[in-house]
Design a protein around this ligand. Structure first.
Ligand SMILES: Nc1ncnc2c1ncn2[C@@H]1O[C@H](COP(=O)(O)OP(=O)(O)OP(=O)(O)O)[C@@H](O)[C@H]1O
Ligand SMILES: [Mg+2]
Length: 288
C-alpha cells in the first residue's frame, strides 16, 4: 500500500504570496525510508506538516492538489485521526515535550484517544523499550540529555502505533554518537515493524546508507527523486539546491574523472572499498 501520495500539491500559507510547495507529485510505498533533502525554505517542514494534517488543519494555508495518507484524503481527515497514523518528531524535541514525567509524556497521545489503561501501560513500556529508555518512567523530561529528549519524542510518537514516522531535522541537536544511535533506531523501526520513515534534513552526509530514496527539494519544487545512487551523483544539482553533496559522492566523481570508464558510482563506504579494490586490481596495483 502507498504510505502517502501527493499529487500536484501546492501550498500557500495564509497571508503569504510565496508558494511553499509547488506542483509536488510524490508517492511513497509503505516500508520505505525516504530522505527529504533541501536547504533553508526549500519546503521540507511544509511537506512534513502536510502528512499529519498540521497544514492546513492547524496552520492555515491554501492547499491545492491531492494529499492522501494511507489511502485517506487528508483534507477530509481530522488531525486526531491522522495522529494515529502518522507520528511526528520535530527539530527541537523540547518544543514537543510538556509533561512532568517521561511516562506521562509517552502516555499522552493514547490517553487522548481514550485507549484503555492497561493497553496504555503496555504501549508505554514497549515504546520506552524500543528507544532505549526503559526505567526512565518517573524522570522529568527536562532533566534528560538532548539525545534522550529526542528518543523520548520518538517514543511519544510511537505510543500511537503510527505506520508512518516523519522526522523534521531530527539530528539538529545531536552529537555524532547521538546521530549514529538515532539512525540505528530508525533502521530497527523499519526492519522490525515495517514502519515507513521520512527524514527531512539539510545534508545527506550520514544518511546515504540508511535511506532507500532521496527527494531533493528546491524552492518548494521536487528537483530530483530516486535512489541515493541516482540523486547523490547529481552534484551540480545539489549545489544549485543549496545542499552540500556527501563527501563520498565527491570521491566517486573524482575517481570517475581521473579513471574514465574504470569505476562505477558509489555512495557507501562498502561501495568505495569495492571500487577502489577493483581499480587497484585492474591497474596491476599501480593506481590510484
Ligand atoms: N507558518 C508559515 N507562514 C507563512 N509562511 C511560512 C510558514 N512556514 C513556512 N513558511 C514559508 O514557506 C516556505 C517553505 O518553508 P519551510 O519551513 O517548509 O522550509 P524548510 O525547508 O523546512 O526550511 P528550514 O530548513 O529553514 O526549516 C518558506 O518560504 C517559508 O518562509
Ligand atoms: Mg524546516
Amino acid at each position: 500500500m502507498r504510505a502517502f501520495e501527493l499529487t500536484k500539491t501546492r501550498v500557500r500559507y495564509r497571508g503569504s504570496d510565496i508558494l511553499a510547495l509547488c506542483d509536488v507529485s510524490v508517492g511513497v510505498d509503505e516500508g520505505e525510508i525516504v530522505l527529504l533533502l533541501g536547504s533553508n525554505n526549500a519546503g521540507k517542514s511544509t511537506f512534513c506538516r502536510l502528512l499529519n494534517g498540521l497544514v492546513p488543519h492547524s496552520i492555515p494555508a491554501q492547499v491545492d492538489g491531492a494529499v492522501e495518507v494511507l489511502g485517506r484524503d487528508v483534507s477530509k481527515t481530522s488531525v486526531a485521526r491522522l495522529a494515529t497514523l502518522v507520528g511526528m518528531v520535530f527539530q527541537e524535541p523540547e518544543s514537543q515535550l510538556f509533561c512532568m514525567s517521561v511516562e506521562e509524556e509517552v502516555a499522552f497521545g493514547p490517553e487522548n484517544i481514550a485507549i484503555p489503561r492497561a493497553e496504555i501501560i503496555s504501549r508505554v513500556e514497549w515504546a520506552l523499550g524500543v528507544v532505549g529508555l526503559s526505567g526512565y518512567n518517573a524522570r522529568p523530561p527536562s532533566n534528560l540529555s538532548g539525545g534522550e529528549k529526542q528518543r523520548l519524542a520518538i517514543a511519544a510518537a510511537l505510543s500511537m502505533r503510527p505506520r508512518l514516522l516523519v522526522l523534521d531535522e531530527p539530528a539538529y541537536a545531536l552529537d555524532p554518537a547521538g546521530r549514529t544511535d538515532l539512525y540505528a533506531l530508525l533502521r530497527t523501526l523499519r526492519e522490525r515493524y515495517g514502519m515507513t520513515i521520512i527524514i527531512a534534513e539539510r545534508d545527506a552526509e550520514e544518511l546515504t546508507e540508511l535511506c532507500d530514496r532521496v527527494i531533493l527539494l528546491r524552492s518548494g519544487r521536487v528537483v530530483a527523486d530516486g535512489a541515493p545512487s541516482e540523486v547523490l551523483s547529481r552534484i551540480d544539482e545539489m549545489v544549485v539546491a543549496g545542499v552540500s553533496p556527501p563527501q563520498i559522492a565527491h570521491l566517486s566523481a573524482l575517481l570517475a574523472d581521473r579513471f574514465p570508464g574504470k569505476t562505477r558510482p558509489f555512495f557507501t563506504m562498502g561501495g568505495a572499498e569495492k571500487e577502489i579494490a577493483d581499480l587497484v586490481r585492474t591497474s596491476g596495483g599501480d593506481a590510484p
